[in-house]
Design a protein around this ligand. Structure first.
Ligand code: FAD
Ligand code: EPU
Length: 340
């Protein structure tokens, strides 16, 4: 049974901690709730915003419509062999406890993605990634409902059109499709251990780990992230505000002659990925603050809300940062965060 509330404060529903009101707000707690909601006039007539953990959104104004808060729970094994297990996970399951559940059962594939905030349903949305792994590697299919007509759809991995922080759900299906479950296959043995990301190897050494396991990798990732990234419970943020940009090899070579220290990683033929954090730091933004909006002192790719910044103030700072990078390096930063 759904309960639609009016004029709800969203501060605790977004990790930036932005104070914004939703004209209407509903939590989905059971799979029938969405069906019930779809029968209401409110659903048919108002703009809609789906919210999971609110850890990748920036609310720049009150939302004059219906916020649909996803709280659908359940983890169901659907197939198992000696080697693998396949799980169908409801989209409101919180990501990190799910990862811990897998690590405890010795199911491999998501350990490098430990401590990422948010829900299962948002994971395919931007194909979450960290420490050399993207969630698309373990996803089999994504199921959900088209909001316009209520029809159920199943997306195979290739239908999802995953890319770096991208998918079909973040493009043409944005706010048109409710992801209700994600099906993932994990390994039970012969795990593919990914320790290639420099900081993981160093941390495993510090931990005196001689033989890597998924448990040790998860622990190392949690350790690195806790040191590097601000905890939204302490200071409002949504992780990386921008994506790391890619430029042509020619552009990179020309920048290298002026900035010999510029880091860059070849991603495909003649294309180089440059860390946005480095570009932002060179522009002098690291640790800077404009009112209550700030650039984090240890990780300049993270824009923070020191206390009472509005969404517009956060956005305005982000656009200044973007302008500096454009001017100095002729590189356009694209927001990773979903700006509402
Ligand atoms: P929300 O912020 O609630 O929503 C994000 C977008 O997805 C919105 O457009 C929303 O409408 C849509 N959406 C949400 N649920 C659904 C659904 N069920 N169906 C359809 N659309 C939906 N991301 C990474 O990739 N890697 C990282 O390492 C990482 N680190 C982070 C660290 C910190 C400290 C923080 C605060 C964020 C970090 N993020 C990272 C970003 C964020 O955690 C992820 O993008 C996460 O998947 C967002 O989940 P959410 O449930 O909070 O999504
Ligand atoms: N750097 C600086 N100054 C700094 C910090 C970093 O110059 O103060 C440069 C260094 O060259 C460093 C590089 O930036 O080597 C990369 O930094 P880091 O390893 O912290 O990672 P990132 O590229 O900034 C990305 C993801 C994170 C993910 C980490 C780990 C994006 C947009 N961000 O950050 O994801 O956790 O790698 O894999 O791809 C997120 O998406 O919200 C997010 C946090």
């Amino acid at each position: 049974m759904i309960r639609i509330q009016e004029n709800v404060q969203l501060k605790t529903f977004n990790t930036f901690g932005i104070r914004a009101n939703a004209r209407h707000f509903v939590s989905l707690n059971a799979s029938d709730d969405l069906f019930e909601l779809q029968q209401t006039d409110l659903f048919k007539n108002e703009p809609r915003l789906i919210l999971g953990g609110g850890s990748n959104v920036l609310l720049t104004h009150d939302f004059n419509g219906l916020v649909i808060h996803n709280n659908l729970k359940g983890i169901k094994p659907t197939h198992e062999t000696d080697e693998t297990i396949t799980l169908k996970v409801a989209s409101g399951e919180v990501w990190h406890p799910f990862v811990m559940h897998c690590v405890q059962h010795n199911w491999g594939g998501v350990e490098n993605l430990s401590l990422i905030p948010g829900t299962m349903g948002a994971a395919p949305m931007q194909n979450i990634g960290a420490y050399g792994v993207e969630v698309q590697e373990v996803i089999d299919q994504v199921e959900g409902i088209e909001l316009l007509n209520g029809s159920a759809r199943v997306f195979s991995k290739s239908d999802c059109r995953f890319g770096y922080r991208e998918s079909i759900f973040k493009q043409e299906l944005k706010e048109k499709f409710f992801i209700s479950s994600v099906t993932l296959t994990l390994t039970k043995k012969n795990h593919l251990l990914r320790t290639g990301y420099g900081a993981i190897q160093d941390t495993l050494r510090e931990m005196d780990v001689t033989e890597s396991t998924i448990q040790a990798i998860s622990e190392a990732v949690i350790h690195i992230r806790s040191k590097k990234l601000p905890d939204p419970a302490v200071i409002g943020n949504a992780g990386s505000f921008f994506k790391n940009p890619t430029i042509t090899q020619q552009h990179y070579t020309s920048l290298k002659s002026t900035w010999p220290g510029i880091p860059g990683y070849p991603v495909e033929n003649q294309i180089v990925k440059v860390p946005a954090a480095w570009l932002i730091e060179q522009c002098g933004w690291k640790g800077k603050r404009v009112g209550d909006a700030g650039v984090h002192q240890h990780q300049p790719l993270v824009i923070v809300n020191h206390d009472r910044a509005t969404g517009e103030e956060i956005l305005s700072l982000a656009m200044k940062v973007r302008g500096s990078v454009q001017e100095k390096f002729d590189i356009t930063l694209t927001p990773e965060v979903n700006i509402i």
